[in-house]
Structures are given as structure tokens and as C-alpha cells.
Design a binder for this molecule. Structure first.
Ligand code: FES
Ligand code: FE2
Length: 325
């Protein structure tokens, strides 16, 4: 996990008003809830009294109440009342759990994986998907670290093998480039695969027409999109559960069809198709070992793996920079 980053960790719809919800993210048991205004709070979910799961409790007056002995927690992680001591009694300092900064935006719950005071204001959502771009969504959990799931989306070599009857039709096994470009924390890469006619693949430097090619993007730390056109995107957020699990939020964004009923239908149908493609990936990715990737891990990478290498390098660089702070 890269520290000190905003991560899309849940869909907004997964945190309902009036009751707490428990999830595991970053290997931690968390509790989330909404206050009266609808703002989201997020704490470590294990009660500091005797370890019960706060998510099994209830929400009242903007606080989450532990189901076991009723300790009441505020959004900053402090216990504000211990019923057994009398509601008016002072609460000792050590009655608290770790708070996490969380906000609801663009249909996601974003959590800052770091100290709340270090969080930048801006969220890493792709700029053009922030407003006015309808989408349909599907959610699924894969039994791999989020790095494997992201790398699958950066993998331009696998298309004719894994997706031979869908997006990888045409036996385009030879991989030119690919060209990769970083702009701040966004990696854009351009795909130009061709059938094998005995030609030597072009290096990224030899490719002249790359700006006209289909481009895909990875945004640090856990977002990806395929920019099919200005009005059509396949998007995914990869929420890290723990070292062996990731929850994928796959979205089809489209604004080609703007008539409301049809728009919903097109989004939904597109999303079904994306699900088929995702499951072709899942079949193979779940077999990869180890389940988590690192910059140096003894794999034999190819030139065509450039986007994967860029991802690993940037992740490693950011992790090391965070350790040194
Ligand atoms: S375990 Fe939570 S109040 Fe006792
Ligand atoms: Fe794929």
C-alpha cells in the first residue's frame, strides 16, 4: 500500500444513513457511518474497551454506539460517553480508536491512508469523470492483492490470449511500444498491437503515430480508465482489502446516449459486457503467484510490460518517499 494517499475504498451507496457498516480495507477492520448531515465518518472498527466490532452497533446522535457495553464514539475516534460510569462521567484519554479521514464524492467513499492532517484537499478522480458523466457500476472481490488487479489493467500483451473472442480478437500478438507518459500522478499508455507478419515490433521511440492511438490511464494510487472516446470510458477503482484481496468497482461511463431511460439501459448493457471481459481476466489473474507484486520480485518482464514496470516503479518510489518522511 502506498501511504499518504486518498483511495477510493467503497461506493457511496454502500454507506447508508442510520447504521454503521463494517469493512476491511488496508488489512484493518473499519467502521463507517453517516452523521445527520450525511457526512461520512471512518474509524478503526474494534472497540477500545473489549474488542467488539463497532459495525455491529448502532448510530445515534451522530455517534456510533458499541453493541457490547454501549461506549459512544465520535467521528474523531474519541469515546464521548461510557454508560457504565454514568453518562455525565469524564472519559479517560485512552478511550479512543484511530480515526481516518473519509469523504463522499463522485459516487465513492474516499479514505486518506495516512494522518488526516497530511491529506491534500484534492481527490485523485479523473477530472473529466467528476461531473455530468452517467455510469453503471458492478462490484466484485478478487482473491489477489490490489497490485495484481491493477497490473492486469496495465497489461497490453494479454489481450489476444485472455480475450481472444472479445476485446482481443484478431490475433494481434505483436506488441509495439507501448508508449508511456506520466503527467504528475497519471500514467497514460498507448496500445498498438498487430498480427505477427514476421515484422520486428517497434520500440516506443520508433512509433510515430502514437498520439492517435487508443489510450488508457492509471491514476495513483488505485484508479484506471480506458479512454474509448470522449464520451465513453471503462473505469475501475481497486479498493485494497488486505494482502490477498481487492474489491473492484468497475464502471461504464457513457454520455453518447443522453435520453434518460435509454441512457440507463446503455450503461447497464455496457456494464454486462465489461463484466464478461473482467471475468476472462479473473480466470487467469487469480492463478498468479505471488498474489502481491513488488518492484524486484524475480519475474522476467518484457518490453511490452512497460506500463506494469512504470506502475511498480512509481509505487516503490512513493512507498520509499513515505518511509523517509
Ligand atoms: S467492547 Fe465495546 S463497549 Fe465494551
Ligand atoms: Fe484483460
Amino acid at each position: 500500500m502506498i501511504p499518504d494517499q486518498w483511495y477510493a475504498v467503497m461506493a457511496s451507496s454502500e454507506v447508508k444513513p442510520g447504521r454503521p457498516v463494517g469493512v476491511v480495507r488496508f488489512g484493518r477492520r473499519l467502521v463507517l457511518w453517516r452523521d445527520e448531515k450525511g457526512d461520512v465518518a471512518c474509524l478503526d472498527g474494534t472497540c477500545c474497551h473489549r474488542g467488539a466490532d463497532l459495525a455491529a452497533g448502532r448510530v445515534e446522535g451522530g455517534h456510533v454506539h458499541c453493541p457490547f457495553h454501549g461506549l459512544r464514539y465520535a467521528a474523531d475516534g474519541r469515546v464521548v460517553a461510557i454508560p457504565a460510569n454514568g453518562l455525565g462521567a469524564e472519559v479517560p484519554e485512552n478511550f479512543r480508536v484511530r480515526p481516518w479521514l473519509a469523504v463522499d464524492a463522485f459516487g465513492f467513499i474516499w479514505m486518506f491512508y495516512g494522518k488526516p492532517a497530511d491529506a491534500p484537499d484534492d481527490l485523485p478522480m479523473f477530472q473529466e469523470l467528476r461531473r455530468g458523466f452517467p455510469y453503471a457500476e458492478r462490484l466484485e472481490v478478487w482473491d489477489v492483492h490490489y497490485s495484481r488487479a491493477i497490473e492486469n489493467q496495465l497489461d497490453v500483451i494479454h489481450l489476444p490470449f485472455v480475450h481472444s473472442n472479445t476485446i482481443g480478437r484478431g490475433h494481434k500478438t505483436v506488441v509495439n511500444g507501448p508508449v508511456t507518459k506520466w503527467d504528475a500522478d497519471t500514467l497514460t499508455f498507448y496500445v498498438k498491437n498487430e498480427p505477427d507478419r514476421g515484422q520486428t515490433p517497434q520500440t516506443a521511440d520508433e512509433m510515430e503515430d502514437w498520439e492517435q492511438l487508443n489510450s488508457l490511464q492509471y491514476r495513483v494510487p488505485n484508479l484506471w480508465q480506458n479512454r474509448i472516446s470522449d464520451d465513453l470510458r471503462v473505469f475501475a477503482a481497486f479498493a485494497p482489502i488486505d494482502d490477498e484481496h481487492v474489491k473492484i468497482y468497475l464502471r461504464l461511463y457513457q454520455r453518447i446516449v443522453r435520453v434518460p431511460v435509454l441512457r440507463g439501459l446503455v450503461c447497464a448493457l455496457g456494464n454486462v459486457a465489461n463484466g464478461v471481459i473482467l471475468h476472462q481476466d479473473r480466470r487467469v489473474v487469480l492463478t498468479q503467484r505471488p498474489k502481491k507484486t513488488e518492484l524486484q520480485m524475480g519475474e522476467n518482464l518484457l518490453r511490452g510490460d512497460r506500463p506494469v514496470i512504470e506502475f511498480r516503479s512509481r509505487r516503490d518510489e512513493l512507498k520509499r518517499a513515505a518511509e523517509e518522511r
